[in-house]
Design a protein around this ligand. Structure first.
Ligand code: ADP
Ligand code: MG
Length: 597
């Protein structure tokens, strides 16, 4: 064949192959046009999963009647006109490709009106445009797309069931609606309303909309994020770590109002949750990043789902730090609900358990601390040095307090595993091992960061048999080991002697501890001693040495632990993301006994 220029119609169909994958892509492109036109209300009607009809109506600024034909031709756009514009795109569209592409693979009807002008309509059948004719339309633009892919049978064959295609449409609309809270949306399928979202300008209204779209339980567990630094803003909601998902299905990220799957952003968020999430679980969040359009290239992907930042590292750091700081506040009395109420309490109780905790008053906190006489800074709950405390007296002290600290005061220990405590609301249950693990871990992290891990010499230095490789690793990472508070010496090709350990840790199982840390080194390689690798090792340390189950604690020791939890960042969950405590309100307890019913 000789070289020949392809006809426009075919060029458009090729372009459609890139941007119009399925009915949901049509919906996305058309709704984006409505948003770019400044619409405050967008109505979407779908028939048959979108393969029979997609109709979008908006109240945006509309298209002039003599521009209708132009809007349907390739590379025609009102959104950019120069390279400078392209380098700082503020609209969702800019390539002038969507309308001609869609028109080339469907039967399209475009009607529009601008204020003070006459409404008009143009129909296109598989790319062949008819005349512009007068039409009755009050406001904005109405686009109908019928019989999608009717003239491209190969594409049509790839359409899935009506239900599946509609699910994709529904998701596309949710993404657009989440990033444009001030726009009202209605989505209908085969005449039935599926989503009806009024415009939401206040944060309260936005939270109601969030609940409507992503579920009440997400909204209940969500923390508001609103942080600005040097011209970048991060806003939205992140779920408490204890509301985690088995799938990454509740993760929405937006950049300048555009839904994206950006690796930088998603990685930064994952890192922010690193320390608090149960292994293998996924965080839930809706986060919008606003940044000067000149600092991000949106022209990096056909469907614009990926972007390129000028300063990816800076963005990553900002997002990571913001999330890390927000999640550090998941401590009793700070986060609004008991963490465990989402996961573990029987369903009948769950609905009644989540009662907001009162902020502790300063005087109550002072009183609470005085009850806990144990020096908690260096007490590793080995319970040797604890002064005896009269339990009955402690109980009386506690009754005297009108409103106490968030976790209240210890009543007793259950089976060596749980601490039972009483606060304003009712009964508090604490998993003492999980809680202590977090406390030790956070202390180790602080000490480590300050190069201040206090060591304790072992009375009898412990000889640890290891493989040659492990001994090698210990050599290689000797600095890190020291920094962590572990002092070792070589004792032959396959053994080390452990001389000192961090004094926060108890001395049992010191050998096993060393082996685990070395295996962390082996797994995470040598060069990269990032914060996360260090944290993982500190977590290993903490896990090893915290209060094991079946330890008998005195009330004073229990109270000291409760006070420590209140002071410790992220203490709503243990190092592995399991909740550390839960609350049973009096109301929930009364419910168990059918009291007052
Ligand atoms: P792009 O959005 O990249 O500019 P499109 O092919 O999607 O390209 O649309 C072409 C042009 O048609 C737009 O630039 C805009 O001027 C006009 N247009 C499309 N849809 C609408 C709408 N709903 N309201 C107002 N103008 C619209
Ligand atoms: Mg467009």
């Amino acid at each position: 064949m000789p070289i020949q220029q392809l006809p426009d119609h075919l060029i458009n169909q090729i372009a459609a192959g890139e941007v119009i994958e399925r009915p949901a892509s049509v919906v996305k492109e058309l709704v984006e046009n409505s948003l770019d036109a400044g619409a405050g209300t967008i109505d979407i009607d779908i028939e048959n999963g979108g393969s029979r009809l997609i109709r979008i109506r908006d109240n945006g600024r509309g298209i002039a009647s003599n521009d209708l034909a132009l809007a349907l031709s390739r590379h025609a756009t009102s959104k950019i006109s120069s390279l400078d514009d392209l380098e700082c795109v503020v609209s969702l569209g800019f390539r002038g490709e969507a309308l001609p592409s869609i028109a080339s693979v469907s039967r399209l009807s475009l009607a529009s009106v601008q204020t003070g002008a006459e409404a008009a309509r143009i129909d296109v059948d598989g790319g062949a445009a008819g005349d512009v004719v007068p039409f009755a339309l009050q406001q904005g633009t109405r686009i109908e797309v019928r019989d999608l892919f009717y003239n491209t049978p190969a594409r049509r064959k790839f359409l899935r069931t009506e239900k599946t295609e509609f699910r994709h449409i529904d998701l596309a609309v949710r993404r657009l609606a989440l990033s444009h809270p001030s726009v009202a949306f209605t989505l209908r399928h085969n005449g039935k309303v599926v989503l009806q979202l009024p415009a939401a300008s206040s944060i309260d209204a936005q939270e109601r909309r969030l609940a409507q779209m992503l579920g009440e339980s997400f909204a209940d567990a969500a923390m508001r994020i609103d942080e600005t630094l040097e011209g970048i803003a991060l806003q939205g909601w992140i779920a408490l770590p204890t509301f985690s998902r088995s799938q990454p299905d509740l993760q929405y990220t937006f950049i300048n109002g555009r839904w994206v799957r950006d690796k930088t952003l998603m990685h930064a968020v994952r890192l922010g949750y690193r320390d608090v999430l149960f292994h293998g679980r996924h965080p839930a969040y809706v986060l919008s990043l606003s940044i000067d359009p000149a600092r991000v290239d949106v022209n990096a992907h056909p469907a614009k789902h990926e972007v390129r930042f000028r300063d990816g590292q800076g963005v990553h750091e900002f997002v990571f730090r913001t999330l890390q700081r927000a999640l550090a506040a998941t401590t009793p009395g700070q986060s609004h609900d008991a963490p465990a109420s989402f996961v573990q309490a029987p369903a009948s109780i769950v609905s009644q358990v989540a009662v907001p905790l009162n902020e502790p008053t300063a005087s109550a906190l002072a009183a609470a601390t005085s009850v806990a006489t144990v020096d908690s800074r260096h007490d590793n709950y080995t319970f040797k040095t604890t002064p005896p405390v009269d339990g009955a007296q402690a109980l009386r002290d506690m009754d005297a307090l009108a409103s106490g600290p968030p976790l209240g005061f210890a009543l007793a220990q259950l089976k060596g595993v749980y601490i039972l405590a009483q606060n304003d609301i009712g009964l508090v249950l604490v998993d003492m091992h999980a809680a202590h693990e977090r406390i030790t871990y956070e202390r180790l992290k602080t000490d480590y960061a300050n190069r201040n891990v206090v060591r304790q010499p072992l009375l009898v230095p412990e000889r640890v048999a290891l493989s040659q490789r492990e001994v090698q690793l210990a050599h290689q990472h000797n600095d890190s080991l020291q920094h962590m508070g572990l002092i070792v010496e070589q004792a032959g090709p396959e053994a080390l002697v452990l001389r000192e350990i961090p004094s926060l840790l108890s001395t049992q199982n010191a050998a096993q501890l060393l082996r685990d840390v070395l295996s962390d080194f082996a797994e995470h390689g040598t060069s990269e001693r990032t914060e996360s690798v260090t944290d993982e090792m500190l977590s290993t340390l903490a896990c090893h040495t915290s209060v094991r189950a079946n330890r008998i604690l005195t009330l004073a020791e229990m109270n000291a632990l409760l006070r420590d939890m209140e002071r410790t960042e992220r203490s709503d969950q243990c190092n592995h993301g399991r909740p550390t405590w839960t609350q049973l309100s009096m109301k929930a307890l009364d419910g168990l006994f059918l009291r007052g019913q």
